[in-house]
Design a protein around this ligand. Structure first.
Ligand SMILES: Nc1nc2c(ncn2[C@@H]2O[C@H](COP(=O)(O)OP(=O)(O)OP(=O)(O)O)[C@@H](O)[C@H]2O)c(=O)[nH]1
Length: 322
């Protein structure tokens, strides 16, 4: 990295790690072109390559975290080698000093003196290297923590703090893959989709900020009632979903009813109007997974149940199982 003018920091470590790993042909080709022309890979160029070939313009936190993991392992190995080299150099230096003292009384030895000086210089260089490796390791640790935070945030809906659609889709796919294994044959996941009633009217009557306030209130109720092994998400504007991997249909129905009742009982106050709260209701569709079907069919049936709730007067739970 030093030879090509690359400063020692996490972005460059990631870039070079990806290059050496050799599984990113586009990056490899671009870097090879630069290196063949003996061009310096300064920070601006490295940054552009990192964005273009490593993160693809956005942040792929999983990839970067994996890379940070790899770089950190390499650095740990280097730090251990540097520590061993430091110990050996120190031992060598001690032996040379002893030898020099033993010979001090006899003939003066410039060659021995030179070796002693060189050994001291080596000790300083090895200590500096150990320090630099330890600094880099700390930086990688911070980078990893930051990436974890970005990764977590990228899975949350910023308004309600529930999981977002992307996180929900991933969890649904994983849950259904597991549900189709023989071990889970008798435990079928349940899915509920909930949609706030007449939400457009709420927005139109009281304004969009109040609508947001209602969404947050529903999000809070869902967080409070959803068991730890289930996932509650905001999957669209005023649409929520709860995936229940190991609940029975009757447990899922109770959960859906309790969401409905708590939303109906909640009084979401308008700012500055303490006694004037609007009544909000929610319609819910609930269904049970059928072995062999895909996520789309599962979601569509929950949606169908939801629309039955809407069509038959709203503020109710409809179950479509089979
Ligand atoms: N405040 C707010 N409104 C949103 C948000 N996302 C979507 N909406 C609004 O949600 C409303 C959805 O309305 P519709 O799909 O027509 O349905 P509805 O009025 O809820 O009626 P029903 O579902 O039939 O009971 C639209 O007015 C959207 O503008 C958001 O993040 N904040």
């Amino acid at each position: 990295m030093k030879r090509h003018g690359s400063a020692l920091h996490p972005v460059n470590y990631t870039l070079w790690y990806e290059y050496v790993r050799g599984e990113n042909p586009a990056l490899r080709a671009a870097m090879d072109r630069y290196l063949a022309q003996h061009l310096q890979l300064d920070d601006a160029i490295a940054d552009a390559m990192y964005r273009r070939f490593v993160t693809g313009g956005g942040i792929d936190a999983t990839l970067i975290e994996r890379t940070a993991e790899g770089v950190s392992t390499v650095l740990t190995g280097m730090a251990e080698s540097a520590a061993r080299a430091g110990d050996q150099t120190a031992q060598y230096g001690t032996s040379l000093s002893r030898l020099s003292q033993e010979l001090a009384g006899s003939a003066h030895s410039p060659a021995l003196e030179e070796m002693l000086n060189t050994t001291r210089q080596m000790q300083v260089a090895v200590t500096e290297m150990q320090q630099r490796l330890s600094d880099s390791q700390n930086e990688i640790g911070q980078l990893r923590a930051e990436l974890r935070r970005v990764h977590e945030e990228s899975r949350l809906d910023s308004l309600t703090g529930l999981a977002n659609r992307r996180a929900f889709d991933q969890r649904l796919a994983a849950c259904l893959a597991e549900a189709d294994t023989p071990a889970r044959r008798y435990q079928r996941p349940c899915l509920m989709i909930a949609d706030i009633d007449h939400f457009k009217r709420i927005n139109d009557t009281y304004g969009h900020p109040y609508g947001d306030h209602v969404l947050r209130a529903v999000g809070t109720i869902l967080k409070e009632v959803t068991p730890a092994d289930c996932l509650a998400a905001r999957i669209g504007g005023e649409e929520f979903a709860v995936l229940m991997p190991s609940s029975s249909l009757s447990e899922a129905r109770s959960l859906a009813e309790s969401v409905r009742l708590r939303v109906a009982a909640a009084r979401v106050r308008r700012q500055g109007q303490d006694d004037d709260a609007t009544r909000i209701t929610i319609s819910i569709g609930l269904t049970l997974f059928r072995h062999g079907e895909n996520g789309t069919a599962f979601m569509e049936r929950a949606d169908q149940a939801l629309y039955t709730s809407k069509d038959s007067g709203r503020d109710r739970v409809t179950v479509l199982a089979g």
